[in-house]
Write a protein that binds this ligand. Structure first.
Ligand code: CP3
Length: 343
């Protein structure tokens, strides 16, 4: 008997399927009443991430409601700084807050014990796999080193990542050491996710804009390339989705040099830009999340344009960035219906 195929995983592997695979960036979260209900019982956001029973339940919530092709592990990109020993807090309504790393305090990070601290998240992967039907893909993830470093150095999200950019320019040796720690920890963390049942992983490089081509090469392409290479040494042919948000004209170099299987595109990327990418390279995306929020004809039209625009290569339908909490659930149902109908 043939094993059950996972349409999303096959698409990542470069084989276009009869079914358009769909998942939604940040599909578990505050726009879902069942998430808000569980979240209120869970204590802090990090407690939720480190409680396998609850994190597995939250991971599966969107698949109970919608006809999606993948579950994405419920966790956060900032569990790695937390596991390395940096103080990380999520204040309600404020976003993450970290005690900023300096060249002086870099040595206090402890990569030796980080993987052990991430064990509960690996247990979540195991539980989700056990509860997921065999045609559904389980996506693991981590933040890419540059993006995680911007939070570790800046202490919070920022629109220009100035703190990390200045740090990288004025203290390049210390910065390279931080990136090395993040590369090594990410490889082991992702390999553990695969061993626990993840089918594919996504590298979230959410802050890939604002770097010139030299810095992009050194701090985005090179660390992501090393993660893919290191991971495939442990997990041969490990399927990887890269999402360098805002990479724009740097996308072709990122795709060619990191050797990710499939490229996540933000909503600013013109559909025709895919012509600059290696032939046959799969893409993921790229509806503006605010089109989903607003709904109606403008959303339907753009979904159809996207599906048509990526007709000639493997395509996973997704948003071009995370869903926003105010999004009506009916609009998500409509997105799935229209995208499948257009395929
Ligand atoms: O459903 C999923 O996609 C899986 C879970 C997931 C979360 N964060 C849960 C979360 C994933 C994949 C992430 C990734 C993440 N986290 C990124 C990369 C993707 C992106 O959006 O660019 C980044 C930059 C972060 C860092 C982060 N975590 C921020 C900036 C925030 C605050 C902003 C916000 O939306 O509140 C978080 C908190 C966070 N991560 C929440 C969730 C569901 C909300 C916290 C809560 O529920 O209290």
């Amino acid at each position: 008997m043939n094993p059950v195929l996972k349409p999303l995983l096959e698409t990542v592997r470069g084989k276009r399927q009869d079914r358009l695979p769909i998942w939604i960036m940040r599909q578990a979260g505050r726009y879902l009443p069942e998430y808000r209900e569980l979240r209120a019982r869970a204590g802090s956001f990090l407690d939720l991430c480190y409680t396998p029973e609850l994190a597995a339940e939250v991971t599966l919530q969107p698949l109970r409601r919608f006809d999606l092709d993948a579950a994405i592990l419920f966790s956060d990109i900032l569990v790695i700084p937390d596991a390395l020993g940096q103080t990380v807090r999520f204040e309600v309504g404020e976003g993450p807050q970290l005690e900023p790393i300096t060249a002086m305090t870099l040595d206090r990070l402890d990569p030796e014990t980080a993987l052990e601290k991430l064990n509960p998240i690996i247990e979540t992967v195991r539980r989700v796999r056990a509860g997921l039907s065999p045609d559904k893909t389980l996506i693991g993830f981590c933040g890419s080193p540059w993006t995680v470093a911007t939070y570790m150095i800046g202490g919070r999200g920022s629109s220009d990542q100035a703190a990390a950019r200045v740090f990288a320019l004025t203290q390049p040796v210390a910065f390279a050491r931080l990136i090395d720690i993040l590369v090594d920890t990410s490889v082991e963390y992702l390999a553990a996710q695969f061993r626990a049942g993840a089918d594919v992983v996504q590298l979230f490089e959410s802050w890939a804009m604002n770097l010139d081509e030299v810095a992009f090469d050194r701090w985005v392409i090179e660390p992501n390339r090393r993660i893919v290479e290191g991971l495939r040494r442990e997990i041969p042919d490990a399927p990887v989705i890269g999402f360098p948000r805002g990479a724009a004209g740097n996308l072709p170099a990122y795709a060619a040099r990191t050797k990710v299987n499939l490229l996540g595109l933000d909503y600013g990327t013109p559909l025709a830009f895919a012509q600059n990418l290696p032939a046959g390279l799969g893409v993921q995306g790229n509806l503006d999340p605010l089109r989903l929020l607003a709904g109606g004809e403008q959303m339907d039209d753009r979904i159809r344009q996207i599906v048509a625009g990526f007709r000639d290569r493997p395509h996973i339908f997704n948003l071009g960035h995370g869903i926003v909490p105010e999004t009506p659930i009916a609009h998500v149902e409509r997105l799935i219906e229209v995208a499948r109908g257009a395929f």
